[in-house]
Design a protein around this ligand. Structure first.
Ligand SMILES: NC(=O)C1=CN([C@@H]2O[C@H](COP(=O)(O)OP(=O)(O)OC[C@H]3O[C@@H](n4cnc5c(N)ncnc54)[C@H](OP(=O)(O)O)[C@@H]3O)[C@@H](O)[C@H]2O)C=CC1
Ligand SMILES: O=C(O)[C@@H]1CCC=N1
Length: 275
């Protein structure tokens, strides 16, 4: 039987996941989404044909899975609102909120709940997501399989057994799409400085990023080996890579990802201490 999934929050991340689920054949009538704004929900209802409501409690009356997809800063308030309905039904809880740890969320929802923390990313919308998942002790094998099935409908799933590793997942794949979008922005700008039209530079840069990712996924060679294969000795790529290394690209990524993981930890502290 198809599990009914209710999304609390219907913004960028939730719509990437339910959009991807529907795209991959998940029955739209088994999905409900909530938000504060009725206008946003009307648009989503027209676009995806799923059930929508601004009433969070009513939305989980039939839910087998409740997927929490509001901003971390409003999560406590939303959990307080859901607490009684969740305790009455005991659905599997999935949270995609950055930073908020499983024990805090479980506590805010009244305790004794099977809860999975998930760090997805927005390419889920096109079936190319990457999600890291962590389950608390109350999650059984069937529930793990259900979460895997839901998230695999929108991309790759990687389980971690140490919750702290979700900070690393956030740094690499949760926030990661933004790093690549920045690289595309920079390449398009540089392509234009070299004389290409914005449209040509964009088409070439995006196809190159897509091609490199497809090739690296299929190949038995490491990214370092694939990079060397593009670099003819004394040729053009050597100049470009040397310039990027000298500009400190490697160190910049290390610092950016460390800052990202640190922010996830800080958010957890700030939010769980809030009265
Ligand atoms: N964006 C990303 O790439 C990623 C985000 N995440 C996590 O996903 C979560 C959501 O982020 P994102 O989708 O970007 O945020 P958005 O701001 O796009 O979406 C938030 C959604 O929550 C809704 N909302 C706010 N308050 C309530 C409420 N009281 N009841 C019901 N719905 C409510 C908003 O509705 P309305 O618009 O009507 O106010 C909106 O639909 C965050 O916790 C974030 O950490 C995780 C991985 C990646
Ligand atoms: O920036 C954020 O906080 C969220 C979590 C990971 C991606 N976006």
């Amino acid at each position: 039987m198809t599990s009914h999934v209710t999304f609390i929050g219907a913004g960028n991340m939730a719509s990437a996941i339910f959009g991807g689920m529907i795209e991959s054949g998940y029955p739209r009538e088994a999905i409900t989404a909530t938000a504060r704004s009725g206008e946003r929900l009307e648009t989503l209802e027209q676009q995806y044909g799923l059930n929508t409501t601004t009433d969070n409690q009513a939305a989980i009356a039939q839910a087998d899975v409740v997927l929490l997809a509001v901003k971390p800063q409003v999560m406590r308030e939303v959990c307080a609102e859901l607490r009684d309905a969740v305790q009455a039904r005991k659905p599997l809880i999935l949270s995609v909120a950055a930073g908020l740890d499983a024990a805090t969320l479980e506590d805010w929802l009244g305790g004794d709940l099977a809860l999975i923390r998930c760090m997805p990313n927005t390419p889920s919308l096109v079936g190319a997501g990457a999600s890291g998942l962590f389950a608390n002790d109350r999650v059984d094998e069937t529930q793990r399989e259900l979460a895997t099935r839901l998230l695999e409908a929108v991309g790759l799933v990687e389980w971690v057994e140490d919750e702290a590793l979700l900070e690393a997942v956030t740094a690499i794949s949760g926030s990661g799409p933004a790093y690549f979008f920045l690289v595309f922005e920079a390449m398009i700008e540089a392509g234009q400085q070299l004389g290409l039209s914005e449209e040509s530079a964009r088409r070439l840069a995006l196809q190159t990023g897509y091609g490199a990712a497809c090739m690296a996924r299929k190949s038995d060679l490491t990214p370092a080996e694939l990079k060397r294969n593009v670099m003819s000795p004394g040729g053009t790529t050597e100049q470009a890579i040397e310039s990027l290394e000298q500009a400190g690209l490697r160190q910049a990524f290390s610092e950016a990802m460390t800052a990202c993981a640190r922010r996830a930890r800080e958010m957890a502290k700030e939010l769980s201490q809030k009265d």
